[in-house]
Design a protein around this ligand. Structure first.
Ligand code: 3PG
Length: 306
């Protein structure tokens, strides 16, 4: 049985060592493809793999067709918008994620980026503090919950909107649930985005919604660039000199946005989950899920239809 780690953005070495231990303890073989530059390298590497561990790596119909022996793909992380789920189902490949395993790392970065923004990108001028500010968490999943926990430590007043999460769950954390995205954005000076990129959410963070935010608004995006209406974001930056945007996913209009260097920042490469701890947690969970899938048929974290 051959398990391939295919990561354009590599895990920390300690995580790869941990994955290897799990894989070899089960009597399987580990193959490693890191920092690949051409899709062909991925197509070649999957050719004889029975399982693949990926991060934001694209698994489309072409990759699935090249992977004749493939039975399972585990996205070591939360979002699986990089995998063609229908094509995987057709190819009889099980797709899983590892929910929650990298959530704290992403949440810590979200707060770090907020501080960077309110301190004027560390440019030496006088900024503001997070204490007492209203923070809106858009989607109360694993990352959102960790953001709430940390933000409360900063003394922020925390609100959340999540149509899929019961109010009681949000309230139990000392967070105030709001009934709509409109209410969240008009209430909170700082909004932290944690919605997945789906057909419904793509481009949904638009001018109308963002313009509801109070004066001195800050949007922190550690989710996906696709959920932002980028043309609207430019329009908003022109209309509102008080608006700040920090993102861990470089937008397609990064160059145009870069003229607002005092209130726009993007990491050069998504690094929310780039910690040794997150790599270990997500990578080893992925390896364990694969071993369990082959040994017992466990499909608990399956995200595609059968
Ligand atoms: C996720 O969906 O888990 C995060 O966006 C992290 O993605 P990455 O593994 O590509 O850094």
């Amino acid at each position: 049985m051959k398990i391939l780690i295919a990561t354009d953005k590599p895990f920390a070495k300690i995580a790869v060592d941990g994955i290897r231990k799990e894989v070899e303890a089960a009597g399987y073989e580990l193959a490693l493809l890191e920092k690949y530059t051409e899709k062909q390298q991925l197509l070649d590497a999957v050719a004889d793999a029975n399982a693949v561990i990926i991060r934001s790596d694209i698994i489309d119909a072409e990759v699935l067709a090249a992977a004749k022996n493939l039975k399972i793909v585990v996205r070591a992380g939360a979002g699986y918008d990089n995998v063609d789920l229908d094509a995987a189902t057709k190819a009889d490949v099980c797709v899983m994620n590892t929910p929650g395993q990298n959530a704290n790392a992403v949440a810590e970065l979200a707060l770090g980026m907020m501080i960077y923004a309110v301190r004027n990108m560390f440019n030496g001028t006088s900024g503001t503090e997070l204490l007492g500010k209203k923070l809106g968490i858009h989607a109360y999943g694993n990352v959102g919950r960790n953001v709430a926990r940390i933000a409360k430590g900063f003394g922020m007043e925390v609100y959340a909107f999540d149509p899929f999460c019961p109010d009681e769950v949000i309230e139990k954390d000392g967070v105030k649930p709001l009934a709509s995205a409109e209410e969240l954005y008009s209430t909170c000076q700082v909004v932290s985005l944690h919605i997945p990129a789906t057909a419904e959410t793509k481009n949904s963070i638009n001018f109308e919604l963002l313009n509801k935010m109070p004066k001195g608004a800050l949007l922190a995006n550690t989710a996906r660039k696709e959920v932002i209406n980028e043309a609207d974001m430019e329009k908003l930056f022109e209309a509102r000199a008080d608006f700040k945007y920090v993102t861990d996913i470089m937008p397609s209009n990064h160059e145009a946005m870069s003229k607002y260097a005092d209130r726009y920042f993007s990491t050069p490469k998504k690094m929310g989950a780039q910690t040794a701890e997150a790599n270990i947690n997500a990578g080893i969970a992925a390896a364990k899920q694969i071993v369990d899938f082959f040994q017992t048929g466990n499909e608990k974290f399956r995200v595609n239809k059968k």
